[in-house]
Ligand binder design. Structure first.
Ligand code: ADP
Ligand code: MG
Length: 896
């Protein structure tokens, strides 16, 4: 009979799945910027972004306001690797005049109690951080600020709604001269999650089922419209008690729910909570019994005065009656006390009513929790998820069957989540202290990270200084007296003009100097069918050859050429060849180049001071298999400039941002003192990578730069290149990561084997990690592939480090380029200069921000120059062929 009577309170799994879907939709609504104002589930950001990681330590205070009692806590957290902590608490009464008074009185009282607490615990001597648990819905804009939302729950203190409760508390504390620092405002759900999170790092949901009911969980920042930023996660206080306030649950609410609501302090509000929390379950039971009695179904139809009295049946009665193990004795006793004269059937029926009402509570709670768990699992893109829910609250803790029922239903509703339910032992007070401890740790960490990265932040002033210094060094390199000792060598290339479009023929080109060695066949057509066709083959240069003897290196090169000629079927042809050799060479003509010194990854012996064209010729002779006409030795920057110059005659600068960093540009002959003649222009290979080798930019070099330099093949050399190019950026990042780990700021302070490996952090990873499209989860995956086991917070820090390093690289490169552009503008003697820079290099092409920051910096530092950047397509191949073609033409003209 009871079953039939309460048919609507018995919820099937189908209905629960439906409730779950409705709650999921409501969460999405609460998270959206436009939909939040009308959402019933407010999804309040808590500004708690991190869970405890076990390295927290120190003494923390907490005050807990919101439950039935007011409490002060002192939590000692030990950094002993065992997650141990000690909690001492004291309860304070909440006198009626305080609860029904105004806000100032309330906070004065809180401050009074706290001072008393500190006095008794002897804590007055040092300033302690404090966390404030305040279990009413607050709109937070930071961790230590929260405005109490109007029209909520049973908060009767006047003049507090719509004000920031933290500043009120602070004011009261100041007035009482309490030596504390309020660091965090914490909802009790969040406190529960944090308390449990300290013991179980999987805990990412906090649940309260007591006088009220509410839940919080860790949401992805990118889904939280109301808070800036996309990185990481933040705890959301769902305030789920208001679910259904828009009528979304009306089909499930019974006449008893409606009656209860009408008789409550806040009709129409917190409708979900009214079906779940312990404050209301007893009353629901009373209303049901009353009606059943009136209809003659119970107690012979005799209604007692007690049964007519609101609040006569409380949660503790319901719990007691449901103690099945104790038979019917409890039920009988309770009903008798209510002046009802129950028969045995009455007792059985009433017990059953209690069960239906409390089971419905567990069912509804399970459905909403299942929605949260599903959201978490989907956020993580997992098919199965293991997670922990931290729970607190009297109903869950004291009702004999509630916990078991809740667990069972949740597991049934979300079979693909392995959920651990963890009871919060010391409650939300400790949680507030944990939030404070985490905030304290994060603030200290933030300071250390900022300090480590501060040297990478270059002011506009500093960048201007770099530009000016570069300018000085450019001049030194051009002047006869100073060029011998100049660090920016300003090497003449004997390339005096850009292509004029009449070039044609078949050419071979070699490209040596970067990641790959390539041999190319380039066919150039002129006139109306003007075009360039290229065929190329990439060959590996093994490390033992890059760093072996010069003879071995050049024999290997010739071997590769032979393979290529064979492969193309052109072995007999004696083709003109351009040799792109991207290392500093002192040239006396276009086909002679003496290697000044190896850079980047090369270190073959017996080459420095030798003519590379001679070495190549000798190697060809040694092989004695074919002959080649070596026409030009070309730097890759020059090739790049020429390739772009073929399309755009305004291109007079060539820039490489790849493995290395270098620039060339067309300089007026009259400024190049070491080359005869004052007419026209010649391309100068600046070799600016050596900028700073005299110590002139040591003021901006960090200890990480120095470590990278010391571990390189050419210590002390190429200092600018080592701050700006692909070969070194990853290595700088690695050095910072090691340092931050040593300081305990990353990877839980553990330097893994892989992090010790030189070169594991390639520059391409900077590009991947810094890509805006990449979610943090993917950053973690990249780090995992590198053998770096990172948390969410670690990934944020790593991304920040990468950003600092690549941004500085782009800015420094921009400062250098601004110096060149300015010089060209002055050479021409114009107010404004229009110029094009031909660019090549994977760092420029593939890094998500490098090229933009570079352009912005040039614009800022050379405001009188309109610089256009033009991507070169295979400058070292096509450019070498074009230079060869021009040289060949001039040579032929000369011979005639
Ligand atoms: P070169 O060796 O001739 O300079 P590239 O211009 O292709 O050749 O540059 C290669 C260098 O670019 C690599 O050594 C590496 O440091 C860097 N690099 C490779 N991939 C990326 C990427 N995705 N983003 C940024 N830099 C990269
Ligand atoms: Mg290259």
């Amino acid at each position: 009979q009871v079953d039939r009577y309460l048919y609507h309170m018995r919820l099937s799994d189908d209905i629960l799945l439906d409730v779950m879907a409705r709650f999921q939709a409501e969460m999405v609504k609460g998270l959206g910027r436009d939909t939040n104002p009308t959402a019933t589930v407010k999804m309040l950001p808590s500004f708690v972004r991190s869970l405890p990681d076990g390295t927290e330590k120190g003494d923390f205070l907490a005050v807990d306001l919101g439950g039935s009692q007011f409490r002060a806590h002192w939590v000692k957290v030990f950094d002993d690797g065992k997650q141990s902590s000690q909690l001492e608490s004291k309860f304070y009464p909440t006198p009626k005049e305080v609860i029904q008074g105004n806000g100032a009185e309330l906070f004065d009282y809180v401050a009074d109690c706290l001072l008393d607490f500190m006095e008794t615990k002897n804590l007055k001597h040092k300033k302690l951080p404090l966390g404030f648990t305040f279990s009413f819905p607050c709109k937070q804009t930071k961790l230590e600020e929260g405005v109490l939302l109007a029209g909520t729950k049973h908060f009767k203190v006047r003049g507090v709604q719509d004000t920031d409760v933290v500043s009120s508390l602070r004011k009261a504390l100041q007035k009482h001269k309490a030596n504390v620092d309020v660091l965090a405002l914490v909802n009790d759900t969040v406190g529960t999650m944090m308390t449990c999170g300290y013991d179980d790092q999987r805990c990412e949901v906090g649940l309260i089922i007591g006088t009220g009911t509410n839940a919080c969980y860790m949401e992805e920042m990118r889904h939280i419209d109301l808070v800036e930023g996309d990185e990481g996660r933040m705890c959301i206080n769902t305030e789920w008690g208001a679910f259904g306030d828009d009528g979304a649950l009306d089909d499930l609410r019974t006449e008893f729910d409606r009656e209860l609501d009408l008789g409550s302090l806040n009709p129409g509000k917190q409708l979900f909570e009214k079906m779940i929390s312990s404050l209301y379950l007893g009353e629901l039971v009373r209303l049901i019994l009353l009606k059943m009695t009136k209809e003659g179904l119970l107690f012979n139809g005799k209604v007692s005065t007690a049964l007519l009295t609101k609040g006569k049946i409380e949660m503790k009665h319901v719990s007691a009656m449901e103690k099945y193990k104790e038979g019917l004795s409890n039920t009988k006793e309770i009903l008798t006390e209510l002046n009802l004269f129950p028969s045995e059937e009455d007792c059985i029926a009433v017990q059953h009513v209690c069960t239906i009402v409390s089971f419905r509570s567990a069912n509804l709670c399970a459905a909403a929790l299942a929605a949260i768990l599903t959201r978490l699992r989907e956020n993580k893109k997992l098919l199965r998820m293991r997670t922990t829910v931290g729970i607190d609250g009297g109903l869950y803790k004291t009702h004999p069957q509630y916990a078991k029922r809740l667990h069972k239903v949740v597991r049934r509703l979300v079979p693909n989540c392995d959920v651990r339910f963890l009871l919060s032992v010391s409650g939300s007070g400790k949680g507030a202290a944990m939030v404070t401890a985490v905030a304290h740790r994060l603030a200290a960490q933030r300071k250390q990270i900022d300090a480590a990265l501060a040297p990478f932040l270059l002011s506009l002033e500093t960048l201007r200084e770099v530009k000016n210094k570069m300018r000085t060094e450019l001049e030194y390199g051009l002047k006869r007296e100073t060029q011998a000792s100049a660090t920016v060598k300003m090497l003449p290339t004997y390339v005096c003009g850009t292509p004029d479009g009449t070039e044609k023929g078949k050419f071979l080109a070699l490209d040596l100097g970067g990641t790959n060695f390539r041999v190319l066949l380039v066919k150039i057509r002129s006139g109306r069918r003007r075009s360039v066709q290229m065929y190329n083959k990439i060959f590996a240069i093994p490390l033992e050859i890059m760093q072996g003897t010069g003879e071995e290196l050049f024999d290997h090169i010739v071997q590769c050429i032979a393979d290529f000629l064979e492969y193309m079927g052109i072995k007999g042809a004696r083709l003109p060849l351009g040799f792109t050799f991207s290392f500093p060479c002192r040239q006396a003509s276009i086909d002679k180049g003496t290697l000044v010194g190896w850079t980047k990854g090369f270190k073959a012996t017996d080459c420095e001071g030798e003519d590379v064209v001679d070495m190549l010729r000798e190697a060809i002779r040694r092989r004695n298999e074919f002959d080649l006409d070596i026409v030009a030795v070309v730097n890759d920057t020059v090739g790049t400039m020429m390739t772009c110059g073929y399309e755009d005659p305004n291109c007079e600068i060539g820039l490489i941002a790849g493995t290395g960093s270098n620039v060339c540009y067309m300089e007026d002959m009259k400024n190049i003192e070491i080359v005869e003649g004052n007419e026209g222009k010649m391309c100068i290979n600046t070799e600016w990578g050596g900028f700073g080798d005299n110590g002139c930019i040591d003021n901006i070099r960090t200890k990480y730069d120095k470590e990278v330099d010391e571990g390189s093949l050419n210590p002390g050399k190429q200092r600018y290149e080592k701050m700006t190019s692909g070969m070194y950026l990853g290595e700088i990042v690695r050095q910072i990561l090691i340092d931050l780990t040593k300081q305990g700021l990353l990877f839980r302070g553990q330097i893994s084997e892989s992090l010790r490996k030189r070169g594991i952090f390639e520059t391409k990873f900077l590009s991947q990690i810094e890509s805006d499209r990449l979610a943090l989860l993917q950053v973690r995956r990249i780090l995992q592939q590198l053998g770096l086991d990172s948390t969410c917070e670690d990934s944020i820090i790593v991304k920040e480090v990468c950003g600092a390093v690549s941004k500085r690289a782009a800015q420094l490169c921009g400062a250098g380029l601004a110096a060149i552009a300015e010089k060209k503008r002055e050479n021409r003697g114009v107010e404004r200069l229009q110029i094009t820079v031909g660019v090549d290099g994977t760092l420029y092409k593939l890094h998500p921000h490098f090229s933009r920051v570079l352009r912005e910096t040039v614009k800022e530092l050379a405001p009188q120059c309109d610089v256009t950047f033009m991507l070169s397509e295979d400058g070292s191949g096509k450019g070498a062929a074009l230079i060869t073609a021009v040289a060949k033409r001039l040579h032929n003209v000369g011979q005639k």
